[in-house]
Every structure is written in C-alpha cells, then in structure tokens.
Design a protein around this ligand. Structure first.
Ligand SMILES: [Zn+2]
Ligand SMILES: [Zn+2]
Length: 313
C-alpha cells in the first residue's frame, strides 16, 4: 500500500509579491500531486496538505530551501490516502483571519513553550491555560482546566480578552491546533498588558506526538477529511455527547441531509437508526444522502480543475 502524509504548517514571514508566489506555488503543488488548502498572504503562509510520502518530503525540503521559510516547522502525520479532495491555494489578507492585521508575529509574539515543559507546568496554580479556538473545536476536545470561549470564529477572540483581566499578572499559556492562531493571540495579550505570555509551540498536534497528548480530553478537530484526530495516548476521555441520544460519543459526522450538513457527534447506533441524519426531520429529507457508515460526504468533483484560480497569461 502506498504511504501518504498529512502536513500541517505555517510561517509568518514576508512575502513581497503574494500573487506571483501563489502562482508558482500552486503549479508546484499540482505537479507534485499535493492536495489541501494553502493560504498565502503578505505576512506568510498557512497550509494543510496531503500527498504521497515522497512528494510531501520534497515539498518540505523545497519550502525550507527558500530563505523566507527556512524556519518553518511541519507537523507530519502518516495516513492511508489523500486527506483532501482538492487543491486550493488562495491569497488572503491574513493567513488566519483574526482582524489583528496590525500585529506582526515576527516582531512580537508570546514565548514558545515546548510540549514536555507545557505538560509539567500547565497545572501549576499560577499558570492559566487558554484555548484560543472556536466552539466547534473545543466542544469535542480541549486540555483539562483550560479556559475556552463561546466564539464561532477566531476573529471573535480579541473581544474576549477583556474577560481575562484578572490573570494579567499570571503566567498565561495559549494553545490552538497547530500553533498558528497563537502567534497573534499571544501577541495581542501582550499588547493588552499581560506580563508573562507563552504559546504552546506546535499546538495540540505537536503535543500529541511529543508528550503523548496527556491530559487532552476528547479529540482534536482537524481541517481535513478525518474531521478529528486522536491526541491522548495516556489518559484519554470522551467529552462530547451523541447529538441524538446524549451518550458519550466523539464520533463526528456530517448530517446526511445536505441542506443541514450539521457537524455533530452521533453514535454508531443512532447513525444507523437515523441513516446518518441528525434528526428525524433530516432523515426524512428528500435530498438525504445515502449513509455508508462514514458520515463524510466528499464534494462532487464534477468539473473540478486544479488549475482553477490560476490566471492565464
Ligand atoms: Zn446516540
Ligand atoms: Zn441534520
């Protein structure tokens, strides 16, 4: 069987001409049969892609060879196939939309704390651990005792910082999936007067490999076909409940009704009974998709063209 890898990475750097960089990068990914989502901005690159092991290794080597990305770190996970249907390379204002365009993490950001050290200090009474991710992410998994916020998008995080006033003099450690959101989130905390700000380097994913994910409850939401990934190999716990019967369940599925498409935990029994739908109503919906036990419905690739988005000329 062929061996695939999933790469998760970001790099804050300066890309002078994102348009021409994007064009070259997009072609390069097509030529090397890579799929996934890559965001390019003047402030850097943020991506999650999959491909054959040799293609991914070439990608990492070539990207690191570019001085702008010499310091880039890749979170690498083996997988049995591509984890994406398509290749999508886009230019945006920020590599993660935060509304904090004025912050340049290459100039100011929280200090890195490595997974092993994080494991040792996170339960200290003078340490505050902050999950900067959104509801759909921390609802299925987060660190024990971490503070999380009722937010639907990362851009809503800055507004929540005022709820943390009382911790200004404590040691504060932020974390997210792979580390990219923390670069600006931690910088913003510093800007708001927090004195001792750290960020979990490489996020939950790297903590999973390097510290066996100890004390991470539930699963880690990921942005590929897997939907969520296992992190904790030491003391795993299920924290989410089946959307239908309310038993402990961390099996995330998409509702089989395409017009609902709700992304929720549904246990095996309920999924079978409701044919992959999240409710009786969705089960009876005329457009309901056939359920094959996965609860994931790849988008139809009719007319998909990896060259789309590349301007001719
Ligand atoms: Zn159930
Ligand atoms: Zn539904």
């Amino acid at each position: 069987m062929k061996e695939y890898l999933i790469l998760l990475y970001y790099c804050y750097t300066h890309i002078e001409d994102p348009e021409s960089f994007k064009l070259k990068h997009h072609f390069y990914c097509i030529e090397n049969n890579l799929k996934g989502r890559i965001i390019i901005a003047k402030e850097g690159i943020n991506g999650t892609i999959s491909g054959l092991r040799e293609d991914c290794e070439k990608y990492m080597k070539d990207l690191r060879a570019d001085v702008r990305f010499a310091s880039i770190e890749f979170k690498v996970e083996p997988f049995e196939s591509h984890a994406f249907q398509k290749l999508n390379v886009r230019i945006k204002d920020e590599i993660v939309f935060s509304g904090l365009k004025h912050i340049d993490p290459t100039k100011k950001t929280g200090k890195y704390i490595e997974p092993e050290e994080f494991k040792n200090v996170k339960d200290d009474e003078n340490v505050i651990v902050i999950d900067v991710r959104s509801n759909y992410e921390h609802n299925i998994g987060k660190f024990k005792n971490a503070i999380s916020f009722d937010i639907d998008h990362f851009r809503d995080f800055p507004d929540k910082v005022k709820e943390l006033e009382e911790f200004k003099d404590k040691k504060v450690i932020t974390y997210c999936t792979g580390g990219v959101k923390c670069e600006k989130a931690s910088a913003y905390l510093i800007e708001k007067g927090f004195k001792n700000v750290f960020q979990l380097h490489g996020g939950i994913i790297k903590y999973g490999y390097e510290a066996d994910g100890e004390d991470f409850d539930g699963r880690c939401y990921v942005f590929d076909n897997r939907i969520s990934a296992d992190v904790n190999k030491v003391n795993p716990l299920v924290i989410s409940k089946c959307h239908i019967c309310n038993t402990d369940c961390d099996r995330m599925v998409n509702c089989a009704n395409p017009e609902c498409n709700k992304h929720v935990p549904i246990c095996d029994n309920c999924a079978e009974e409701f044919e992959g739908a999240c409710s009786q109503e969705c089960k009876e919906h005329p457009r309901k998709r056939p359920y094959d036990g996965r609860g994931y419905y790849p988008k139809k690739l009719n007319g998909y063209n990896p060259y789309r988005g590349i301007k001719k000329g």
